[in-house]
Design a protein around this ligand. Structure first.
Ligand code: TXA
Ligand code: MG
Length: 321
């Protein structure tokens, strides 16, 4: 595929020029690959929605590389946000803040707020810096499908509809950023992600509000998402597993830690039982599973703390109910 380029200095500069001219560039971040366009160019942003097949009511995250960019997209940064920025940027934390007039409505799906983050990846930071523009980017997957953690996965699913795909190998964290809505005195978790909520609470010295179960707190936070084509079941115990086997015959089991003695095929999401490794491997394994023909996949849960919250959130949305 001729749009898949190694993320060399020269190719990053070329990709930055593509962004400046209103084109689309898929690029690596520390979380997942993003599908980027000039956040301030409504026509370029419209192409992002189109190529991804994303509904226009689902706003994009604006990626920045400097404090200057931040003051371009938001007018006012509340105290809590300031502290979080100081501690965690660049990093897997997205803040939803009141937007400035410079951000076109299409980028935020008409909302008065903008989601903004500074990614912790040299290629992403250079791309933004060289293009001189904040870059609006959702994850670089077709709408509803699994987020890509490698450039090949982007190439396989979005192909030639993207002008350039910058390849810098697999991503380090493997799940998307944590999203927090910050307004005067209040911090609300919109999506658990790469930055554990516990760390946010430690820095703020107060609790982050969690959305009540089942409530849609942000547009695009749909119940079903991140779904492989192979039916995936989040199982509670071995009885669930045996029931699935009785129903589907061949069932691939994904385990967050090494297990032995299971009759049937097993993939270990981590060799060490480390949730960071589970997060890193999860989406890549879901892409691979869709190329094998299992009638069903069963996944054992992880502890719901730290990164485990993000992993369980993605598994629930990916699973059949
Ligand atoms: O790690 C990440 O966050 C990756 C990389 C590429 O940076 N990006 C990502 O983008 O996951 P996306 O579009 O797949 O998810 C962004 C979510 C959307 O579901 C949307 O609902 C929410 O962010 N969002 C964006 N702007 C918002 C706003 N103004 N208010 C509330 N939610 C917003
Ligand atoms: Mg996404």
């Amino acid at each position: 595929m001729k749009n898949l380029l190694p993320a060399s200095e020269r190719n990053i500069r070329f990709a930055a020029e593509v962004i400046r001219r209103g084109g689309l560039v898929a690029f690596p971040t520390e979380t997942v690959y993003g599908l980027g366009a000039d956040a301030l160019n409504p026509k370029a942003v419209a192409r992002v929605y189109e190529v991804k097949g994303r509904p226009r009511f689902d706003p994009l995250i604006v990626h920045i590389s400097s404090a200057d960019h931040l003051s371009l997209v938001v007018d006012d940064v509340p105290e809590d946000a300031r502290r979080l920025i100081k501690e965690f940027w660049p990093g897997p934390l997205t803040l939803v803040l009141k937007k400035s007039d410079r951000v076109p409505p299409i980028t935020t799906a008409g909302l008065p707020t903008v989601a903004v983050r500074m990614p912790d990846h040299p290629v992403a930071l250079k791309l933004i810096e060289y293009s001189g523009r904040p870059i609006a980017a959702p994850s670089a997957n077709p709408f509803g499908y699994v987020s890509p953690t490698s450039a090949e996965q982007v190439a396989e699913t979005l192909g030639e509809r993207v002008d350039v795909i910058l390849d810098a190998g697999p991503t380090r964290i493997g799940v998307e950023s944590t999203i927090l809505a910050v307004s005067e005195g209040k911090v609300l978790l919109l999506r658990p992600g790469g930055l554990p909520v516990e760390e946010v609470e430690r820095v703020l010295g107060k609790r982050v509000e969690l959305p009540r179960d089942g409530r849609t707190v942000a547009p695009g936070m749909l119940k079903k998402h991140y779904s492989p084509r192979t039916p995936l079941f989040l199982i509670g115990d071995w009885n669930d597993y045996f029931r699935l086997r009785a129903r589907y015959g061949r069932v691939l089991l994904l385990s967050p830690k090494p297990i032995w003695g299971v009759e049937g095929e097993v993939v270990h999401l981590s060799q060490r039982g480390d949730v960071r490794e589970v997060a890193q491997n999860l989406f890549g394994i879901l892409y691979r599973i869709d190329k094998l023909d299992y009638p069903a996949v069963a996944v054992l849960p992880v502890e719901e703390e730290g990164l485990g919250r993000a992993v369980m959130n993605r598994l629930r949305k990916a699973s059949v109910r």
